[in-house]
Design a binder for this molecule. Structure first.
Ligand code: F0G
Length: 336
């Protein structure tokens, strides 16, 4: 079922409105015994990589693109570190709209680039970073009749808040939500969702050390991190994110690339869950900074590991070459 249909009473869509959907949402929420053991609390993983295009962006994109169709838009546009681009391209294709995505040149993961291209979007590689791309794209959308589907679009947050509903529907109550923070739309959306149903878990947002403007309290001109999805120096939802953190007695903290990769490895080899590096920042943050007084924590794993096969191969074990003979194969399988 489409996310809009499921939550229509809590979303700004009427029964006659057009719905552009790939049946997003309803993602798995799985217990994480190994992470729980390390963190000393009950940890659950919200697998947002199980959405149709492999990231949480689909929740917001079904709403943003449906509204664009309702308003008669012919084209959608976004700046992106990759996942928004992939999602916008897919939903634009679904709706029969033209899609254009602006990405930082050479800095988006291979899977995301492939997605944007196969869905037929015009992919523009800007010789700069995400922050500059968003600045330019906002100006472009002001001057042309093109719907902007970044999370500066309120409909994106409306869709993404539904993940908070799903978490509470399954667990009843949680003490804290650990979440990676880039442009700060998702942490804002979860907090909105929790508040709408009268819940107030601590919002624990995590940024990569080299791209942690909310931690430093100032924009970062040249953000850098292995977690390319959150390589952002000047989040558009800065104030809303800080509002969520203050309102929930939470925090925004930094994690190193090494900690992100260690958490990513623990998830993939220890839990059987393959997420992209940015997603592992939620678990890395919980492990580094601790759960505080929380006893039950949900970590949001925002995107699928297959999004970024190159980083995975760079940081995983090597394959074992083998001659096509039985003895060689036996040795290759059994020898450690
Ligand atoms: N995790 C992943 C996998 C992401 O792709 C993003 C953002 C985030 C976390 C952070 O979410 O921006 O709402 O704070 N990706 C955007 C994009 C910027 O263009 O795909 P946020």
């Amino acid at each position: 079922m489409s996310l809009i249909e499921r939550y229509r009473d809590r979303l700004p869509f009427g029964p006659e409105d057009p719905v552009v959907t790939l049946h997003e949402g309803s993602t798995p929420l799985v217990p994480a015994p190994r992470v729980s053991e390390r963190a000393g609390v009950e940890v659950w993983l919200k697998l947002e990589g199980a959405n149709p295009t492999g990231s949480f962006k689909d929740r917001g994109m079904t709403c943003a693109v449906s509204a664009a169709v309702r308003e008669g838009a012919r084209a959608v546009i976004c700046a992106s570190t990759g996942n928004t681009a992939a999602s916008a391209a897919a939903y634009a294709a679904r709706a029969g709209l033209t899609g254009a995505v602006i990405v930082p040149e050479g800095k988006i993961a291979t899977g995301k680039l492939a997605q944007a291209l196969v869905h037929g979007a015009r992919v523009i590689a800007l010789r700069s970073n995400f922050d500059r791309a968003l600045e330019l794209v906002r100006e472009l959308a002001d001057r042309h009749p093109i719907a902007l589907v970044n999370s500066v679009n309120a409909l994106r947050l409306e869709g993404q808040k539904t993940a908070a509903f799903e978490v509470l529907d399954e667990l009843g109550e949680i003490d804290a939500l650990a979440i990676p923070v880039g442009n700060a739309g998702n942490v804002t959306a979860y907090w909105k969702g929790f508040q709408e149903v009268g819940a107030a878990p601590r919002m624990l947002g995590f940024q990569a050390e080299g791209a942690a403007p909310l931690v430093h309290g100032a924009p970062v001109e040249h953000p850098e991190t292995v977690a390319s999805a959150i390589r952002i120096g000047n989040p558009a939802r800065w104030e809303e994110a800080m509002g969520a953190v203050v309102g929930s007695s939470g925090a925004i903290r930094a994690v190193s690339d090494g900690e992100i990769l260690a958490a990513w490895r623990l998830l993939s080899a220890g839990e059987g869950v393959f997420c992209e590096p940015a997603s592992a920042a939620s678990v890395a943050g919980l492990l580094r900074h601790g759960p505080g007084e929380a006893r039950r924590v949900v970590c949001v794993l925002t995107g699928h590991g297959l999004k970024d096969p190159q980083t995975a191969l760079d940081h995983a074990g090597a394959v074992v070459p083998c001659a096509p003979e039985f003895d060689a194969l036996e040795a290759a399988v059994l020898e450690s």
